[in-house]
Design a binder for this molecule. Structure first.
Ligand SMILES: [Zn+2]
Length: 133
């Protein structure tokens, strides 16, 4: 982000834009690709900059809001991790692989979840953790 001498660094991932929070998590082509793939898996497609509003959409059940929030946090965490890897080790895993890692981790977490839920949510959850997906 802002370095010790007060300048904003260039994005460590794409190398093109200033590295603001907004850029890194919402408008960087890399993050957009991660979010797009994860969004396809979870079945909710919105422009990246509205990612954080996914859970605010009306008509979402509590379980869906919880899942979406966890997925959102995982995307933030993994993009940040890639940013650090890129900064300190000059390596960057492609967005497709990062998205696949997020989806795998989320499937494990969702499988462990034992909340009571409506049948429509059960069907949604089953679709998410189906390994053919
Ligand atoms: Zn960038």
């Amino acid at each position: 982000m802002v370095s010790w001498h007060g300048f904003i660094n260039t994005c460590y991932i794409c190398g093109y834009q200033a590295e603001t929070m907004d850029h890194l998590f919402f408008t960087c082509a890399y993050s957009k690709e991660v979010v797009k793939i994860v969004g396809q898996w979870i079945g909710i497609m919105l422009p990246t900059q509205h990612f954080h509003e996914w859970s605010l959409r009306r008509g979402q059940s509590k379980i869906r809001i919880d899942v979406i929030n966890v997925v959102f946090n995982a995307c933030i965490y993994h993009v940040w991790r890639q940013r650090d890897l890129s900064k300190h080790e000059l390596t960057l895993i492609c967005p497709e692989k990062v998205a696949a890692t997020i989806v795998d981790e989320m499937k494990i977490r969702i499988k462990r979840c034992s909340m009571k839920m409506a049948n429509t949510d059960k069907i949604w959850i089953r679709g998410l953790i189906d390994d053919a997906n």
